[in-house]
Design a protein around this ligand. Structure first.
Ligand SMILES: C[C@@]1(CC(=O)O)c2cc3[nH]c(cc4nc(cc5[nH]c(cc(n2)[C@H]1CCC(=O)O)[C@@](C)(CC(=O)O)[C@@H]5CCC(=O)O)C(CC(=O)O)=C4CCC(=O)O)c(CCC(=O)O)c3CC(=O)O
Ligand SMILES: [Co+2]
Length: 302
């Protein structure tokens, strides 16, 4: 019998005890969900246990193969750089191990669903057409990572009926939270919900809430509410296990998560499963002008 690879979760780490505890409880919950797997989690900085201890723990339990999933929303420095580097270091420490590495989490439809729920909680389900959302990401010096937050905002806007979804960052990238709120006001927003694009409670989500309250106090003409972080929702557990399965199967799907031909996005349901055709090309009638795009049929039959 071949045993499945273990699951290793890599978290960020925080000086906020409640945030670190939320991560540790989440890893325990993953273990309860998959009693067939050794599961361990560690942080890349600040909080115990460090990622290296989590790997050592797995090795002590007899694990030789594992799949590592970064508990990160975006692909920035941690997911692209230091977690892979930390894993390479662990392989030097434990030469007998092998591992595959999964993708970050966002902007998966499961997360959008949780964000939508957080908004409904904050507004009491009021008329969405009057509500402008300010989605606040962590912010990074990696523009690709910042663009992923804009993508999440746009996908959240599509088909859900909000007046608008604007984007801001808590630090390292513009616009910051007050500028993002200014922008909403200039667009005519009278009801704004600030929605943190963060996994768990922590120092940065607290800062978002504080900055939101300060801005709201200075702008009594705009009704401003704060929504909660994503949190350890069942959707997040399922998504991490989906990332695990992908990493085990070697089936890493780039950004197919939000592909309109695979996922029923609100308002675009009729596109799911549509056969894909090559574009009409004037040179494709047998004259052979050397513009062959062989193998580019973009099939989505997963
Ligand atoms: C408060 C602080 C720690 C403290 O002091 O306790 C903290 C906290 C947290 N960061 C989180 C997430 C991310 N942090 C980064 C990146 C960086 N974070 C850094 C510092 C700090 N981060 C400290 C003070 C920062 C300040 O004052 O502004 C940098 C500068 C240094 C470094 O970490 O090396 C580095 C810049 C790299 C660059 O230059 O681009 C990325 C992007 C990336 O991957 O690079 C992500 C997104 C991951 C994703 O995609 O989800 C979360 C989890 C949030 C959640 O739950 O979702 C928490 C927890 C919390 O908020 O408590
Ligand atoms: Co950080």
């Amino acid at each position: 019998m071949t045993t499945p690879p273990a699951l290793l979760i890599a978290g960020h780490g925080t000086r906020d005890d409640a945030g670190a505890e939320a991560f540790r409880a989440f890893v325990e919950e993953l273990g309860r969900r998959r009693p067939d797997l050794p599961v361990a989690g560690g942080f890349i900085e600040l909080s115990p246990p460090p990622l290296g201890d989590a790997v050592a723990d797995l090795v002590e339990r007899g694990v030789r193969r594992f799949a590592a999933v970064p508990l990160m929303l975006v692909s920035a420095g941690h997911a692209k750089g230091d977690i892979p580097a930390a894993l390479a270091r662990e392989k030097e420490r434990h030469p007998g191990i092998s591992y595959t590495y999964g993708r970050p989490l966002g902007p998966h439809p499961a997360l959008l669903k949780v964000l939508e729920r957080r908004l409904d909680e904050a507004t009491g389900g009021r008329d969405r057409a009057e509500v402008t959302v300010l989605l606040v990401g962590r912010g990074s010096t990696d523009p690709d990572a910042n663009a992923e937050v804009f993508k999440a905002a746009r996908l959240l806007w599509e088909g859900r009926g909000y007046a608008g979804v604007e984007t801001a960052f808590v630090s390292l990238a513009a616009p910051d939270v007050p500028s993002g709120l200014d922008r909403c006001a200039r667009l005519g927003a009278r009801k704004v919900v600030v929605l943190p694009y963060f996994l768990f409670t922590g120092i940065l989500p607290d800062r978002v809430r504080r900055q939101t309250e300060e801005w709201a106090a200075a702008h009594p003409d705009v009704e401003v509410r704060s929504a909660d972080v994503i949190g350890p929702e069942p959707e997040l557990l399922d998504l991490v296990l989906e990332r695990y399965e992908e990493a085990v199967a070697g089936d890493l799907r780039m950004n197919c998560d939000s592909c309109v031909y695979r996922i029923a996005l609100p308002g675009f349901e009729d596109k799911v499963g549509l056969p894909q055709q090559p574009h009409f090309h004037p040179d494709d009638d047998g004259h052979g002008h050397g513009h062959h795009h062989g193998g580019h049929t973009h099939s989505h039959a997963h």
